[in-house]
Design a binder for this molecule. Sequence first.
Ligand SMILES: Cc1cc2nc3c(=O)[nH]c(=O)nc-3n(C[C@H](O)[C@H](O)[C@H](O)COP(=O)(O)O)c2cc1C
Length: 390
Amino acid sequence: MTEGTSAGVLPAGRVRVVGMIGVQREDPSTAGASLSVFGGSINPGGEVPAGVDGEYIAEFASAHEDAGFDMVLTGYSSSTPDGFEVAGYAAGATSRLGYLIAHRPGFVAPTLAARKAATLDQLTGGRIGLHIISGGSDAEQRQDGDWLDHDGRYRRTAEYLDVMKRVWTETKPFDFGGDFYRVQGARSQVRCRQQPHVPLFFGGASEAAVEVGARWADVFAFLGEPLDSIRQRVEDLRRRAAGHGRELSFSVSLRPVLADTEEAAWERARGILARVEKSTRGKIVPGQAAREQSALSQRLVNFAATREVYDERLWMPIAYASGGAGNTTCLVGTPRQVADSLLAYHDAGCTSFILRGFDPLNDAIEYGRELIPLLRQGAARSGAQPAAGS
Ligand SMILES: Cc1cc2nc3c(=O)[nH]c(=O)nc-3n(C[C@H](O)[C@H](O)[C@H](O)COP(=O)(O)O)c2cc1C
């Protein structure tokens, strides 16, 4: 076992800004009010058509690189193009941008997954991260032939990450015997370019998720919950990780809705909501978790059912309308106001920010111009002070 690793930790004052790329241009009828970027199961308005468009992937990735993002996420579902292939293709069209590949344990052997990630990390000059998704929908897992239940999936994830880390770090062939995986004489001729291994992000909010994430993840990823909740979760996860002799970093996902004045930003947000409600009508039930077994979706929906706005500008109605379908909580305001809100999450311990808009390509460009510089400057200032977050 390789505990206490430092993959994912950033120097004080540095933040990691992560966007998201899709594989197909959104449907014109939902353009500008697109919930999903990658499509698949969480595509309730049918906003991302089926298919894969290489030219668009390259354009989308390059726009993020030019806008100053550090990485982009590729999503995972049981019906969408494979993230490893998408990331490898997009990496060929960019030179600096990193790729955070959402990956569900259980569908390939962990030894092979480790070699895939290490190979791509070498070929891209160290630009790969994995976002480990254990799965929040039984029905979707079964589409790929997986019949484990929610907590069983997390037990499998723990073994999977144990094996992957050993493939990345052990110098002699090793054996592993668990409930889900048995390997004999495992060895790899490829190491990750990033040492000791590619950063492992991890999402989930159930007890099983926090237990497994505290032990095995590098960056624990939250969706955009109110600040008090994030502070409590950071404290809880730090304590659990310390019990394993480890430290975690933290990420938060949010959807900035920007305009020159605060009033115009709220107007823009209300317009997006009206269009999302229209495109999802009859397709999903507002206020009901989009991923049936996902504690994370349920938490967002519960917060959204209680209040429309938290902490001045964390705006919940789109999370309610979409059943907490992934990153759906918004920060609404001027770039300065939204940057200040992001910096409040930074003060709470988050050093990675997964940001995307409802007009995904144009918003990435706008964030690069208006928002990311303010976020980086503010984080650098607080990093210059003693006792900043991880
Ligand atoms: C930033 C972030 C991105 C996620 N991306 C995906 C995804 O692409 N596909 C997916 O099925 N689940 C995704 N999830 C969902 C969770 O990883 C998790 O599988 C789900 O919430 C069920 O776990 P829970 O019941 O412990 O919350 C994401 C979560 C986070 C925090």
